[in-house]
Ligand binder design. Structure first.
Ligand code: UDP
Length: 329
């Protein structure tokens, strides 16, 4: 440990949310070990850390035994597990690996938490609620998941990871936190990520057709990444009265058509909307009940969709070399 520094391990730290979390932890005075297999990450996300003496990148896959650079460390006090492809087309590209990443990867990191005494945070997902009958989704809703469908590798993998984290906690092997992350967007997303905000913004900025899957009446609730990172750190640092998962997300709900219209207005894009088939098992609606996060963490999102889309638009405009004329600097 560098003099007086706490050491945090961020698995999946080169990814979209992970890279923002690494920045926030460095800013809070942590030494940060970033573990990533670079499967879905933008390597450029790591560039700003190159000159940071308290940042170390280790390329490895959490499915494999942890590399010595991590396994031998006994001074790690926080383990954030964000390692897993999270965009449907990406996590479905190699479903076996997706499942193993959640299950075997979480096991490896929980064992490290047991050995080091580090506090462990699992990033789970709103996908554990499947195509929910309950709305908005509270943490005690047990979900409506198709365990044999194309999304199962992700949502069943995360459900198994939650089960394992809770068993480690119940048996006193590790101090765990479980965040259920709802749709999150912002800078550092990969333009080819395949998720709705990155797809629609890039399409609008480059004048391509805007692809809405199905009729676009399905809903999602979009959380800006800085709010998400604040929530993750708050959850990690909180002393919780009981072992329970915590929803993190923005409870403002929009249909995908509404999102597309806002993006077109925001970018002043001439793009037209086209409809494509709805993916199998695509949830009809999704909105977090964040009462628990408000109560236990004093956390709630602060960035509006308008503000967040402007910031994200500027990022993608620079990324793909498109003008973003409507956007204020
Ligand atoms: N979607 C869409 N057009 C796209 C990408 C996604 O209409 O180009 C829809 C998708 O079918 C889903 C919603 O937008 O209903 C959110 O999809 P995303 O992949 O971002 O995340 P999900 O919440 O499904 O995991």
């Amino acid at each position: 440990m560098r003099q007086g520094k706490q050491v945090a391990l961020v698995a999946g730290g080169a990814g979209f949310i992970g890279s923002h979390l690494c920045r926030a932890l460095l800013d809070r005075g942590y030494e940060v070990l970033c573990l990533d297999n670079l499967q879905t990450a933008r390597t450029i996300n790591l560039q700003p850390f190159e000159a940071e003496p308290d940042f170390r990148f280790i390329r490895a896959d959490v499915v494999d035994p942890l590399p010595d650079a991590i396994a031998r460390r006994r001074d790690i006090s926080r383990i954030y597990n964000l390692a897993c492809a999270a965009s449907p087309p990406q996590y479905q590209a190699d479903p076996e690996h997706t499942m193993l990443t959640s299950v075997v990867g979480t096991d490896h990191l929980l064992r490290l938490a047991e050995q080091t005494g580090a506090r462990f945070l699992l990033t789970s997902t709103s996908e554990v609620y499947g195509d929910p009958e309950a709305h908005p989704q509270r943490e005690d809703y047990r979900g409506w998941v198709n365990c044999t469908g194309p999304r199962a590798c992700y949502d069943e993998g995360k459900r198994a990871a939650e089960a394992m984290a809770f068993d480690f906690a119940r048996s006193g092997r590790a101090d765990v936190r479980v965040a259920r992350i709802f749709n999150t967007y912002g800078p550092n997303m990969h333009p080819d990520d395949g998720r709705v905000v990155s797809n629609l913004l890039c399409q609008a900025l480059s004048g391509e057709d805007i692809t809405i899957y199905g009729d676009g009446s399905q809903t999602r609730s979009f959380c800006y990444v800085s709010d998400m990172v604040d929530g993750l750190i708050a959850l990690m640092e909180a002393d919780l009265p009981e072992l329970a998962p915590v929803n993190l997300g923005n409870p403002e709900e929009y249909s995908i058509v509404e999102l597309a219209e806002r993006i077109i207005a925001e970018t002043g894009s001439p793009s037209r909307i086209v409809h494509r088939p709805l993916p199998v098992d695509d949830p009809r609606r999704r909105r977090p009940d964040i009462s628990r996060a408000r109560e236990l963490l004093g956390w709630s999102p602060r960035v509006t969709l308008e503000d967040g889309l402007q910031r994200t638009c500027r990022f993608f405009a620079a990324e793909i070399g498109a003008p973003c004329e409507q956007i204020a600097p």
